[in-house]
Write a protein that binds this ligand. Structure first.
Ligand code: F6P
Length: 522
């Protein structure tokens, strides 16, 4: 058995957590904050990252019991199994090794008895040399012109990761314009190609299987559009592929030299660190791409080695379990205070919900406790003028991650001060709210004394709404790598805690099958 198999609800620590929950579930964050060391006692620092989780409904005892739970379900063993290449994706018979893609250590990682590190290095060299040629203009299109635009054709993990990173690292981008086509909706591809020049556009077809309906349809449509002005002999200059299915790539007409590898031991939604990230390397250059990988590797080392009570992904996973399984919160919000990160919630929806949206445990038995959280979000401050009303005063408990940066990229310090005042202000409002007495005084002061009775209940903020502050010094390729790897590890840790398989996705198959049946009937 490659992964431990423990029903979390049958552990001693779960029972203790249940009792403890009954004891403290009326506790308020405001009360907890009477302890003047609260913020520092419930914060973790890791290089340029500070995670302040003090505004949660937890005590030291809660944390200890949650850590005990992690130990009881043998999380440490599971982490080791993942990093060392055991077949932990049991239902698909695969190892899960996105961590090997960013590893710079000499330590071999074996798959079927063979060290995979050399092939990863070869792929990285190929990404580097190809990116350099295209960015420098040495790579020419069929009329001798340099490339100006790159189009990534893919969907799911072959789209969301690269798209999110390219958007997040826009500040670091070079002169190439990068576009993403994913939806089988023909209007999507039409909108993208309408302004492109076939002579100067490079298409990167990304599909692990090279059978995905959306990607192949878009690739065929684009090839036909391209062939209106060029010939099949020009295809090698404009089409490259990232795939494991070499035969299908060849049938499509792509030159073998232009194929970048993907491997079965990398899941689609964890693949941006492989050649699936080619469009990232094209957009920001290989050195920045490597920095992204380096940041992720730093988080990998932290996750693998740090004790659970100092381990950022583990602590965030445990907090999420606390709200999901004890408070029965159904959703979590991810709220980046950086416009660059506007695509992060979409990316995390696949990473989190495709991984942990499972209702059967590792024995194949139906689960009678809650698993996979629903994740959603948007950027601050825009969302303050959209959905935050519900988070502040609605009937639902929605734990939220606030992601922020101490420094902005363009300066404009006045804007950044305002942005960060909102970042902290929102978390404070959620945690501490506004009492009846405070509202009363406020209305009195503003001369609205006659309206006090009518308005008071509507203006009260109960508070006691949890949040985590995830604060980096600055948005760089490296800090972004760390952030994404943090969430990846949180996902895995939660999957282990819930005793589910996080790395398959059978739930997306039935809809695909039925769509194909319906198509064949037409
Ligand atoms: O949505 C299902 C899925 O299999 C994802 O896991 C994957 O990222 C996506 O489809 C795309 O698959 P492929 O890279 O094989 O085209």
């Amino acid at each position: 058995m490659a992964l431990p198999n423990n029903n979390p609800t049958k552990t001693a620590s779960w029972q203790k957590l249940t009792d403890h929950f009954n004891d403290i579930n009326n506790i308020t964050i405001k009360d907890l904050y009477k302890d003047e060391n609260r913020a520092s006692d419930f914060s973790l620092e890791f290089d340029d990252l500070l995670v302040d989780f003090s505004k949660n409904r937890i005590t030291k005892e809660t944390l200890d019991l949650l850590v005990e739970l992690a130990k009881e379900v043998e999380l440490k063993k599971a982490i080791e199994s993942q990093f060392s290449g055991e077949v932990i994706n049991v239902t698909e018979g695969r190892a899960v090794l996105h961590t090997a893609l960013r590893s710079t250590s000499e330590e071999p990682v074996l798959v079927d008895g063979k060290n995979i590190k050399p092939q990863i290095q070869t792929a990285l060299r190929k990404i580097k040399s190809f990116s350099n040629k295209v960015i420098s203009g040495k790579w020419k299109g069929y009329t001798g012109k340099s490339i100006t635009d790159v189009v990534n054709i893919g969907i799911g993990g072959s789209d969301l990761g690269p798209d999110m990173i390219v958007e997040s690292l826009k500040f670091y981008k070079n002169k190439l314009n990068t576009h993403f086509v994913s939806n089988v909706d023909g209007d999507h591809v039409s909108e993208i190609i309408k302004n492109l020049n076939p002579e100067t556009t490079l298409f990167v077809i990304v599909s692990k299987t090279f059978t995905t309906q959306e990607t192949i349809s878009n690739a065929e449509t684009i090839k036909n559009w391209f062939l209106k002005s060029a010939t099949i002999f020009d295809i090698p200059k404009h089409f490259v592929a990232v795939s494991t299915n070499l035969e299908a790539v060849d049938n499509f007409g792509i030159d073998k030299k232009n194929v970048f590898p993907m491997w079965n031991w990398v899941g689609g939604r964890f693949s941006l660190w492989s050649a699936v990230g080619l469009s990232i390397s094209l957009s920001v250059g290989f050195d920045n791409y490597r920095e992204l990988l380096d940041g992720a590797e730093e988080m990998d080392i932290h996750f693998r080695n740090e004790d659970f009570d100092n381990n950022i992904p583990v602590i965030l996973a445990l907090l999420s379990i606390w709200y999901n399984n004890f408070y029965l919160a159904e959703t979590e919000a991810v709220l980046p205070y950086s416009q660059y990160l506007k695509k992060l919630p979409d990316y995390l929806q696949q990473a989190i919900m495709e991984s942990n949206g499972k209702g059967v445990d590792r024995n194949g038995d139906k689960i009678d406790y809650q698993t996979g959280t629903i994740v959603w979000g948007s950027t601050g401050t825009n969302m303050q003028h959209a959905f935050m009303q519900l988070v502040h005063q609605g009937t639902k408990l929605i734990p939220a991650d606030f992601i922020g940066y101490k420094e902005s990229l363009y300066g404009l310090s006045d804007h950044h001060k305002k942005l960060m005042a909102n970042y902290y202000g929102q978390m404070e409002a959620l945690a501490f709210g506004k009492t009846k007495e405070e509202v009363h005084l406020e209305l009195q002061f503003s001369g609205d004394e006659d309206k006090i009775n009518a308005l008071l209940p509507f203006k009260v903020f109960e508070g006691n709404r949890p949040s985590n502050a995830i604060l980096f010094d600055k948005l760089t390729p490296k800090s972004l790598g760390k952030l994404v790897a943090l969430y990846e590890h949180k996902i895995f840790a939660q999957g282990v805690l819930w005793n589910i398989y996080s790395y398959d996705q059978f739930g997306v198959e039935l809809g695909k099958e039925l769509a194909n049946k319906l198509l064949n009937k037409q």
